[in-house]
Design a protein around this ligand. Structure first.
Ligand code: MN
Ligand code: MN
Length: 412
């Protein structure tokens, strides 16, 4: 924060806005990067917003238990997952935990070869005839997503839960953790592994969390590389999108207004919210988020004319939502033209996208939370296969097109 206020002082003193770079961090969860220009008040800004949270398994507040001489951690799934995807795959643990004495510990266990991993078990097929007869939605229940974390008992005849105690001893010896500390923690299990090339030709990428980090990385790269833009630029990495964007660090938070007020104080004396809204009304935003690619194995759910293909460029989506376009913002013809025109002029490979057939389902992005602030917004991102599965699939060509699209949006 000191660094930022020094920057602000410097800017105020010299009124040197051209290309000035400022960033703000919200609770270690959101990052807002600005590249400022003199005419921000007259022209507004170009903003690209993505989210850096992905579907995962969060630990419950009181997660630890022992059953049949095995120790487990209870999880609560975060975001829209197909629960049956998560048993029997290697999982790593990430997150932070606050100890009783106030110390904060960042945990990351399971990515290195010599570290243990964690796993949720599933039933052997030989005994799964009832399970296999259930609809997929019910085959694995939320309360069955329990991580196996240990099986060796402690040598103490008087204790009842010997394995749980043994695990607590390991955690205490290694990190100083006691059981109550799990209550003041944000810990999660995610699929193990780095992004990998997919296919003999290596044209596809598979990785956990490409929704929406594939758009976060490309938009960050675009603002870092763009040094000659005429526009005030803003790259916003938000979170909690997968659970509705509520809360202090979601796209509905007033963090954006709060930061804008600070930025506007560099341009005028005592700016108010009305100034912020005025700047919003002049601004343009891309909601940089992934969409579904047309998967030939599941053609029945897609409208072939209105679905993106993997490898055909960045995907522009005029609206998301469900049913009769419920719960979405729809980009106007005028704004859609502006975006299309920018991409065409810059030879960006782009394609039109939609989530699927009408009434087949639906979903949303943060676009509406930006548009509700009177900022012209359209969805623009990378099409995926396997969205929200442990390992999602994208095309390298589309990832590069997304970068080119974001770069040209900032610049033009
Ligand atoms: Mn997303
Ligand atoms: Mn998502």
């Amino acid at each position: 924060m000191d660094k930022q206020s020094n920057l602000e002082k410097k800017l105020l003193k010299n009124k040197k806005f051209e290309g000035a770079k400022i960033y703000f961090v919200n609770r270690e969860r959101n990052l807002l990067l600005f590249r400022l220009k003199k005419d921000l008040l007259k022209k507004g800004f170009r903003m690209i917003v993505s989210h850096i949270d992905s579907p995962r398994l969060d630990f419950k507040p009181n997660p630890l238990y022992e059953k049949e001489s095995l120790a487990f951690l209870k999880t609560h799934y975060y975001g829209g997952i197909k629960k049956y995807h998560w048993p029997t795959i290697p999982l790593a643990l990430y997150g932070t935990i606050y100890l009783k004495n106030g110390d904060k510990i960042d945990l990351s266990i399971g990515e290195k070869e010599d570290e243990p991993i964690f796993m949720i078990s599933d039933l052997l097929p030989h005994l799964a005839s009832k399970q296999m007869g259930k609809p997929l939605r019910e085959a694995i229940e939320g309360e069955e997503l329990n991580l196996i974390i240990g099986s060796l008992p402690i040598k103490n005849e008087k204790v009842k839960e010997k394995v749980k105690l043994a695990i607590l001893k390991i955690l205490n010896d290694k990190y100083g953790i006691i059981e109550e500390d799990f209550f003041s923690a944000e810990l999660q299990a995610v699929p193990v592994g780095k992004a990998r090339d997919l296919g003999f030709d290596r044209a596809l990428i598979t990785s956990y969390g490409q929704d929406d980090r594939v758009c976060a990385f490309t938009s960050l790269e675009a603002i870092l590389q763009d040094k000659k833009s005429k526009n005030s630029e803003l790259c916003f990495l938000t979170e909690k999108e997968e659970i509705g964007s509520d809360g202090v660090s979601g796209a509905k938070s007033t963090f954006l207004e709060n930061v804008l007020l600070k930025i506007l104080s560099l341009y005028k004396e005592k700016p108010g919210l009305s100034d912020v809204y005025e700047v919003f009304s002049l601004s343009k935003a891309l909601s940089a988020d992934v969409t579904s690619g047309f998967d030939p194995d599941y053609q029945q759910v897609y409208d072939p004319l209105n679905t993106a293909r993997l490898g055909f460029g960045v995907a522009i989506e005029k609206h998301t939502g469900s049913g009769g376009k419920y719960s979405t913002s729809e980009a106007s013809a005028e704004f859609t033209f502006q975006i299309r025109d920018i991409f065409n002029q810059n030879n960006v490979d782009w394609q039109s996208a939609g989530l699927g057939k009408i009434d087949e389902g639906g979903g949303g992005t943060i676009a509406k939370f930006l548009a509700n602030r009177n900022i012209d917004t359209i969805d623009c991102g990378v099409p995926l296969f396997n969205m929200h599965a442990p390992y999602e699939i994208s095309s390298k060509a589309d990832v590069y097109s997304a970068f080119e699209a974001y770069f040209s949006f900032f610049k033009k």
